[in-house]
Design a protein around this ligand. Structure first.
Ligand SMILES: Nc1ncnc2c1ncn2[C@@H]1O[C@H](COP(=O)(O)OP(=O)(O)O)[C@@H](O)[C@H]1O
Ligand SMILES: [Mg+2]
Length: 270
């Protein structure tokens, strides 16, 4: 493993066992690395295996084959996972697509943001000032502390999810389609926010998306998944300039460009 990679996914495969010996191979021999401070985009159509990869990285699933090294530690081995559980809970965080369901509707925003530190830091609940600072980071003022998730818009709720994830000063953030359920105008705001936060805090970031529209702007490197396999990988600008796999070309052709003339030309080519 290169010294500067924080995450090293090696030959990862995962099967889901359904009834009567039926199995689904959700991911098949997936390998990639994320360096310290790098933003890595994982793209692919729905069902291509992106969430399964994310869940293996977060130890939600134990992969059928392969290994994931996080800071050099083979975290899929139960013993290693248990030994490092606390460190993993503090330094790895996940953001989900549907922030509405990932935030407890009966908790105030201030308590939601305080929760990871309260549970994992061993120092009890963080002070009000610290929670305020956390909310400020994501562009929410202190009045939000007393609100409930249902009082917020989708974009604001996603900001709360980001504030919560950042509270433990993570070194890796895994975001599984974090902007997919938001309006297009809000999507651009969120991507700008991710960029700003990554620059300020320096975490490594796995950004998962089902299309390429925001990836070019955000990600240093990009991996393309298709039917459970990582079919193409490289620097984002190279992938966009010279896509090799037919599926990547198709994904690129499907990127919406908000210019009617370009859209018309694309329509003629396709
Ligand atoms: N819990 C599960 N049980 C059975 N099959 C699953 C489960 N989760 C995902 N799959 C299957 O694994 C494949 C990859 O799914 P997923 O990782 O969710 O893809 P993506 O996130 O790219 O949409 C799909 O064929 C999906 O139907
Ligand atoms: Mg998914």
């Amino acid at each position: 493993m290169e010294n500067n990679s924080l995450l090293d996914v090696q030959h990862l495969s995962h099967m889901f066992h359904l009834k009567r010996k039926m199995t689904v191979k959700a991911i098949d021999d997936v390998s990639f690395q994320i360096k310290k401070g790098e933003i890595y985009g994982l793209v692919g159509e729905s069902g291509s295996g992106k969430s399964t990869v994310a869940r293996c990285i977060m130890n939600i699933y134990k992969p059928s084959e392969g290994e994931i090294f996080y800071k050099g530690i083979p975290i899929c081995k139960s013993k290693e996972f248990r030994k490092n559980r606390k460190m993993l809970q503090m330094t790895r965080q996940m953001i989900f697509q549907d922030s509405a369901s990932s935030l407890n509707p009966r908790m105030k925003i201030g308590d939601i943001v305080a929760e990871p530190l309260r549970i994992y830091s061993g120092k009890g609940r963080p002070g009000k000032k610290e929670i305020e600072k956390q909310l400020e980071l994501v562009g929410l003022d202190r009045s939000y502390m007393e609100k409930y998730p249902c009082e917020l818009s989708g974009g604001q709720r996603q900001r709360v999810a980001i504030a919560r994830a950042l509270s433990t000063k993570p070194e890796l953030i895994v975001a599984d389609e974090p902007i997919a359920s938001l309006d297009v105008s809000i999507q651009a705001q969120m991507v700008n926010l991710f960029r700003k936060l990554q620059k300020e805090q320096g975490f490594s970031f796995l950004f998962i998306a089902h299309d390429l529209s925001m990836v070019e702007f955000l990600c240093d490197r990009t991996g393309v998944m298709y039917h459970g396999k990582l079919v193409e990988e490289g620097r984002t600008q190279d992938i966009f300039a010279h896509p090799e796999h037919e599926y990547t070309k198709a994904l690129l052709a499907a990127v919406p460009i908000p210019d009617p003339r370009i859209e018309r030309q694309k329509g003629e080519v396709l």
